[in-house]
Design a protein around this ligand. Structure first.
Ligand SMILES: [Zn+2]
Length: 289
């Protein structure tokens, strides 16, 4: 069997850790060649003092420089063999002025970036590729664009790899949502006691303001990977992105034990299926080994 190679197309530094951190470490430990394509430099991330991109003193290039180093550390932790940064500017959230920056990923013609990605695919010839679904999992322009260039690149290459989208099963998403809503209700009650009235928080919305459904129907899940033995590496890789993931974030507040319970599975939807797989597999290279 020729060298197994896995390649993921991610939007920003830190996405590789949050949705595929366990998988990357697992595959590295198995001797699989792992490649990461990160499309943007992350200029719209938080500044070291927590400032958001709309703050006057927020310096996108300085933020990107920090995130470059953080990404390299995460890559080391996850055993990723090759990191390719496409170098586009972070487009920010939908509707932000950064969307219109001609150097932003969102403003880049799909064809242009897809041709670059196709050249990487020709060189690496990964059997398995992962990116996001057509709504970019949660509607972020750079995630949508990562989807678009990947789909186009697949049309430009001379073989058919197995493509997966990262996914959270709808049933799991519903449980998580209940927890968020409960937490938000509790916070609003505390605020109300101090005389502050606030509307309930809503999840990400699309261009028309409709809330985005981030769950994938359970029956569409095609791979469930047990990464429970590797969650420490995933936690450490997330921690490496210290400028973006604060110690009191949802993830970092968990103990490593709690993190293992919550993050011990990574799920994917199978989109192309050249190996003719059926049902849910527990190995992302099912059909190739
Ligand atoms: Zn992202």
């Amino acid at each position: 069997m020729s060298q197994l190679t896995f390649l993921a197309v991610h939007a920003h530094p830190d996405d590789e850790a949050s949705s595929t951190g366990g998988l990357y470490r697992l595959l590295a430990d198995q001797g699989v060649r792992t490649v990461l394509v990160t499309c943007t430099n992350g200029e719209c991330g938080d500044a070291p003092d927590g400032a958001k991109p709309d703050a006057d003193h927020h310096d996108g290039d300085a933020v990107a420089a920090i995130r470059k180093v953080e990404l390299e550390e995460a890559v080391e932790i996850l055993g990723i063999r090759r990191l390719i940064r496409l170098g586009y500017r972070d487009s920010g959230m939908m509707g932000w002025p950064q969307n219109k920056d001609p150097e932003s990923f969102w403003a880049t013609p799909v064809e242009e970036a897809a041709v670059r990605l196709a050249a990487i695919l020709h060189e690496e010839r990964p059997q398995v590729i992962m990116t996001y679904n057509e709504i970019g999992f949660y509607g972020h322009p750079d995630h949508i664009q990562a989807h678009r260039i990947t789909m186009r690149a697949l049309e430009l290459i001379d073989y058919e790899p197995t493509l997966y989208f990262n996914a959270i099963p709808a049933s799991v998403m519903a449980t998580m949502r209940e927890r968020w809503e409960e937490e938000d209700r509790r916070k609003r009650e505390e605020e109300l006691a101090k005389g502050i009235v606030r509307e309930p928080e809503v999840g990400p919305v699309d261009e028309d303001g409709n809330e985005i459904d981030m769950g994938t129907p359970d029956e569409e899940i095609g791979a469930i990977i047990d990464v429970s033995a590797l969650t420490d590496a995933k936690y450490d890789a997330l921690s490496a992105h210290a400028s973006q993931i604060s110690p009191d974030s949802f993830w970092m507040k968990m103990t490593k034990d709690e993190f293992r319970q919550a993050m011990g599975r990574e799920c994917f939807k199978r989109v192309t299926n050249p190996q003719g797989l059926e049902g849910v597999v527990d190995d992302i290279f099912a059909g190739y080994r």
